[in-house]
Design a protein around this ligand. Structure first.
Ligand code: SF4
Length: 347
């Protein structure tokens, strides 16, 4: 008996990637789904921090949820440690915000190829649809991405296969091209028909809002750091996923948390940043000066005033405890900052 053909699928939990897997499984191919965590996936980042949605429920990783529902074997692969340079130095530039989609896709394909080789799989599946998204899903970009990743001929896109050049699995007869689809563009009509046929009755709504890097405000804060500090650190970048961001007149950067999950997260950074918390109920904050010296007296007072603005106070006043990264503690009085000043400092 010949070797069973295996495929690695890039899986988001969305309808397109679920359908792509089902179309290939139907042809008797064994599929292992992989879900890459870049550090900038909105739902997964919030889930890891233990944040709750506005209705009080917890965030669920859609890839895990739907892989379980549709009986798709899955692995979550954390690629965040290698991902920093993709964002700060993308060979093919950014999309509308700071989304380096071409480099990102190429990086994911490279990682998928590594897994393919390690698991002795034969090819890769992607739920991408031709011309569905502007930056990375037109034919020229698709070819470029595959060339860059060294996976030419190895990536089957079952939803658009009939419109694309035949891949190695099709040429070798491992899969039947005629049973794949020829979808192009943003309409989801054909996908919804297929979902009915394949008994996919529930799925994650079309993404787009799933990656911080496509978010306009995230991009604005990123560019602000580059323009003020001329550089950005790994920590700076990951901290853009939380809190309210302020730049004081001295250049000191302050991040005030918005919820308990963010508060717990920044507490874990106390040995790297100046940390501020109200003695009472309210938001906490971390601060970083521009020259790595301790914050000035003026800075300390202004940060305490910011904390007072986001805390439960009596007459607008609250005591704020602050800690140096070395663990020294002091207390300062915070007096609710005026809205005009707050808005002036907000990034
Ligand atoms: S939207 Fe985000 S995760 Fe998706 S390809 Fe672009 S950078 Fe990568």
């Amino acid at each position: 008996m010949g070797k069973k053909i295996k495929a690695i699928a890039l899986y988001s939990g969305g309808l397109d990637s679920t359908l792509a897997i089902k179309l290939i499984q139907q042809q008797g191919i064994e599929v292992l789904a992989v879900h890459f965590y870049t550090g900038f996936c909105i739902t997964e980042t919030k889930r890891r921090r233990g944040e709750k949605k506005s209705d009080g429920t917890h965030y669920i990783n859609p890839a895990l949820k739907y892989a379980a529902k549709y009986k798709i074997p899955i692995e979550i692969v954390d690629i965040s440690s290698d991902y920093f340079h993709i964002i700060t130095n993308p060979k093919y530039g950014y999309g509308k915000n700071i989304n380096p989609c071409i480099d990102c896709r190429a990086f994911m394909y490279k990682k998928a190829k590594e897994i393919m080789i390690k698991t002795k799989a034969d090819f890769i599946i992607s739920g991408e649809v031709l011309n569905q998204r502007p930056m990375s899903q037109h034919l020229k970009a698709m070819k470029l991405i595959e060339k860059e990743a060294g996976v030419e001929g190895l990536v089957v896109k079952p939803l658009s296969a009939k419109l694309l050049p035949p891949t190695i699995p099709e040429i070798k007869g491992w899969i039947n091209r005629e049973k794949l689809e020829g979808i192009s563009g943003r309409s989801r009509k054909r996908q919804l028909e297929l979902a009915k046929t394949l008994n996919i009755d529930e799925f994650e709504q079309p993404a787009g809002g799933c990656c911080y890097l496509t978010d306009e405000n995230f991009a604005k804060k990123y560019q602000e750091i580059i323009s003020v500090e001329n550089t950005i650190s790994r920590d700076d970048l990951y901290l853009l996923t939380i809190g309210r961001h302020f730049r004081l007149p001295s250049g000191t950067k302050v991040i005030v948390t918005r919820n308990e999950g963010e508060g717990n997260f920044v507490r874990g950074l106390k040995d790297r940043y100046w940390f501020f918390e109200p003695i009472g109920k309210g938001a906490v904050a971390i601060a970083k000066t521009i020259d790595a010296n301790p914050p000035s007296k003026e800075d300390l007072k202004q940060i305490a005033n910011l904390i007072a603005r986001y805390s439960k106070t009596e007459n607008g006043k609250i005591n704020v405890k602050y800690h140096s990264p070395q663990g020294e503690e002091s207390i300062i009085l915070g007096e609710k900052l005026e809205e005009a000043t707050l808005e002036n400092w907000r990034i």
